[in-house]
Design a protein around this ligand. Structure first.
Ligand SMILES: Cc1cc2nc3c(=O)[nH]c(=O)nc-3n(C[C@H](O)[C@H](O)[C@H](O)COP(=O)(O)OP(=O)(O)OC[C@H]3O[C@@H](n4cnc5c(N)ncnc54)[C@H](O)[C@@H]3O)c2cc1C
Length: 372
């Protein structure tokens, strides 16, 4: 069967769904193809944190992009909620990062100082102030930094909303429709192929998460995106063990709107193996109860794992693929795809519409990986 669209997007996680929504909003005809079910890979596995200050270790384009992404969230969420009619559970009520020893306290103090110099509102808290904010916090926490503007969202609801809103704007989605290959003439992709259909197109976006490198390889393009496994636990059985996101030296806790606390996460280089492990579960339980000792008695409601799309320099890969005039990537968002995916989608759609890519940091360009 042969069909057509202005833009075919390979992958319906948050990155692909955001591109689809933003392109459809600008009047493009869009086909979104997913190998499985939309939003059910890394996007479903995430903790939903929107925390660029807490996550970033240094000044640079990642921090700037992350802060821009965070600040764009409230307007996007209003727009999507109006379109789909359900709550995306955006809660920007702050992140507390704590230290258990002097070495970590020093590192926290330094980060707090340079981020404040950049004008961000961060509050240094002593041990008593930390526990005032989080009464169940371990008494071994000696100090912390509270970042009041950060928070979290339901990543599952957000992904669903982006897909539904894209479809409402005229995009078409096909699930269980993995991209298998491309038809090209010189430096142009003219069609995208699945097992059942060929989609003629004016442009292609590779947004296949951890598998983006494999797809780019079919175009002869080097895009070294690798899977980085993260395991998570959903803990329940206690009323409000934490009120804010709490980060410790070896894990974090995210209170979700449904009353569960997500405890994360491992960072593992194990290829495409997406299973949870007993060792992973043990580590997450230990990290959670180190932060809030009562969580040692919590019930594990679910355990799961996902594959983050990592790159060698931990920066995303957003932009035109070298050697092609109409093939693009929106991937490599690694630990921050929920935060960054919507902004990447908007900037890719704007750039594809205008031809001006200057709003996307040059450091994120896929050409940085060279050709082989
Ligand atoms: C445990 C864990 C916790 C995390 N926590 C956070 C967090 O708190 N905050 C945050 O910002 N980020 C977080 N992340 C990172 C975030 O989840 C990812 O960066 C983000 O979801 C990546 O989105 P994506 O759309 O690129 O990839 P994915 O969500 O993996 O989507 C890619 C899609 O492409 C499809 N696909 C693959 N191959 C093909 C093909 N050949 N053809 C068509 N489709 C294909 C897949 O089926 C999939 O649906 C976390 C990740 C993990 C694993």
């Amino acid at each position: 069967m042969s069909r057509g669209a202005d833009v075919v997007i390979a992958g319906a996680g948050i990155a692909g769904a955001a591109c689809a929504y933003e392109l459809a909003k600008r009047g493009a005809s869009v086909v979104l193809l997913d190998y499985g079910k939309a939003g059910m890979q890394a996007t479903n596995a995430a903790a939903g944190m929107l925390a660029p200050l807490t996550e970033t270790q240094a000044r640079g384009p990642m921090l700037d992009f992350g802060v821009e992404a965070l600040r764009a969230y409230p307007a996007l969420v209003d727009e999507l909620q109006a379109a789909v009619g359900f709550d995306l559970e955006l809660r920007l009520n702050g992140v507390l990062k704590v230290a258990f020893d002097e070495a970590l306290a020093d590192a926290l103090r330094r980060r707090c100082a340079w981020q404040r110099e950049l004008g961000f509102d961060l509050r240094w808290l002593n041990d008593a102030e930390c526990r005032e904010l989080e009464p169940r916090l371990s008494e071994h926490a000696i100090c912390g930094v509270f970042s009041p503007e950060e928070g979290n969202i339901s990543n599952q609801r957000l992904a669903l909303a982006l897909v539904r809103a894209a479809v409402a704007r005229g995009a078409t989605i096909h699930e269980r429709a993995g991209v298998r290959g491309f038809a090209r003439t010189r430096g142009r992709i003219v069609a995208v192929k699945t097992a059942d259909a060929t989609y003629a197109c004016e442009a292609v976006i590779i947004a296949a998460g951890a598998r983006s490198g494999q797809l780019a390889a079919r175009l002869g393009v080097r895009l070294p995106v690798r899977p980085v496994r993260g395991q998570m636990l959903a803990l329940g059985g206690m009323r409000a063990p934490v009120r804010h996101i709490v980060w410790g030296p070896d894990g974090y806790l995210v209170p979700r709107a449904n009353g569960l606390v997500f405890a994360g996460s491992t960072v593992e280089d194990v290829g495409f193996r997406r299973r949870t492990t007993r060792a992973g579960e043990r580590r997450l339980r230990a990290a959670a109860s180190r932060l809030v000792p009562q969580l040692a008695a919590a019930t594990v409601h679910f355990a799961w794992a996902g594959l983050r799309p990592g790159t060698p320099d931990d920066l995303p890969a957003i932009g035109r693929l070298p050697g092609y005039e109409n093939a693009y990537a929106a991937t490599g968002h690694y630990r921050n795809g929920i935060l960054l995916g919507p902004l990447s989608g908007r900037l890719v759609a704007e750039a594809m519409t205008s031809g001006d890519w200057s709003a996307i940091p040059a450091a994120f360009g896929p050409a940085r990986f060279g050709t082989h």
